[in-house]
Ligand binder design. Sequence first.
Ligand SMILES: [Zn+2]
Length: 193
Amino acid sequence: MAKFFFRYGSMNSGKSTMLIQVAHNYSETGQRAIIVKPSVDTKQEGIHSRVGISKPVDIYASENDDLYKEIKTLYKKDKFDAVLVDEVQFLQPKQVEQLYRLTVDMNLPVIAYGLRTDFMGMAFPGASRAFDLANMIEEIRTKCTLCSKKADHNSRRKNGEFEKSGEQVVIDDGTQVEYVPLCSKHFLQKVGL
Ligand SMILES: [Zn+2]
């Protein structure tokens, strides 16, 4: 039976690059993986990695979309072999359940990439559901921006200042807001619990 993989990591851990690489590996063996992305992350069309490669998205998921139905409909039109999900933390918990059901009902592997927690150290509901259900959980490691130790947290800087409160989802538009991975020590020091 196909599995639901959750590969989580902090900001800038190379999740999008990995996703694009996996899509590429499928196509090299004559298979196809479709890409699903929440429409909340509307910075740019497609998936873009920090190393400069990009890939088009097959399904942009809005809050009320039934991903089970949508993916099944797409499959009937043109078969594929796997479902890759970018930014799974922004999906609704119900949508994560819909993806999980696909692994069983359609024997389609689902590989979801995302963040575990927000800039205040709180779980994203979509990520939390992915942890609940995933058959395989894998960590993508990255380094703290301030000391190069392993980063387990995300933080958000606005005009250079670490934010301690605010909206959970503010998309990095490359001007005012930037997301920074931090180790535990620096997270407690700069953001706090
Ligand atoms: Zn640190």
